[in-house]
Design a protein around this ligand. Sequence first.
Ligand SMILES: Cc1ncc(COP(=O)(O)O)c(C=O)c1O
Length: 387
Amino acid sequence: MTERYLAHHVTGLKPSGIRKFFDIVATMKDVISLGIGEPDFVTPAPIIQAGIRSMQDGETHYTSNAGLLELRQAIAEHIQKRYGVVYDPKGEVIVTVGVSEALYLVMTALLNQGEEVIIPTPCFVSYQAEVILAGGVAVEVPTYVEDEFQVRPEKLEAAITPRTKAILLGYPNNPTGAVYTRQVLQEIARIAEKHDLVVISDELYDQLVYGVEHVCFASLPGMRERTVLLGGFSKNYAMTGWRAGYALGPEGIIKGLVRIHQYTLMCAPTMSQKAALEALRSGDKYVEEMRQEYDRRRQLIVSGLNRLGLPTFAPGGAFYAFPNITATGMDDETFAQKLLEEERVAVVPGSAFGAGGEGYVRCSYATSYEKLEEALRRIENFMRRHG
Ligand SMILES: Cc1ncc(COP(=O)(O)O)c(C=O)c1O
């Protein structure tokens, strides 16, 4: 009843397809979950220690709104070292409460009522919601396995209207695992320039790639000035619970993000910023260990699913496999529900990730090798009955 007090833009939001499903999973026993989009690893010890030390040292206060200058410097150095793009830590970097907050900030800062953001889908479930919450319109452009789940530049361009403000890209992609090639990114860059659009590039999984290069969108010629680069610590460093991320971009845009951030979040948690700083200083070797383990699991699950008659695109990054399940004759919601009920394996229906996800399910391989082997055995039983 009291729901009538809520604003229309909130009641109009669909509940996340992932949450709905996992509320059911939480009530069941002996489920192997391939549904969770976060590392199964605990944050590497030196990073945890840095967080503890910060608290023990009495660093229990706010930091500056944009984040500790030391951390902003380290983020700028990290990006320069990896991608050769130079940002000024004093005006072009903001530390956020994860990429989640950065998405909220960038949409709120950029969008006037009714302005459109083009989003290649399937994509991370928050993208459309963040656009809608900021008063904008999310325009989905589906991607296809034939194109390795990269948006077709001509389709992207065809979606542009006089109200289009930005393109929101996410790669390595959640849920497909797609990594954009330099060539496709260059074509997107050309379109952004031609139509004077901002590109918001969510590169949260940038260090989790397998035998392919991650090309930072801001590193493409001319793109630094129209790109807001989003990244963070959650996935690369197994730090989801710390809630630390960042946005980098031209000063004029970042200034807008800082203004909203200072009135809403104030700053990211101080101890998490200290932990993030340690991640940038000493975390690389742990990232590499985790990446190698994800790669081993990736090979197991992709070849396993293909063998069982569920055609699966070879993901170049992140930690998701995205098999096509249409051979079973079921839609993705029914497949996920039956697989859970009959074999106690949880996967996420592809349609939860927007247009183009229908007929697929997302299987996260951020779970142990042994559990993945058992999940494949259970899926094999399932496919014997339904394949
Ligand atoms: C592509 C993508 N972007 C952003 C996020 C949010 O991450 P954070 O923990 O940094 O808020 C996620 C989390 O699953 C994601 O997959």
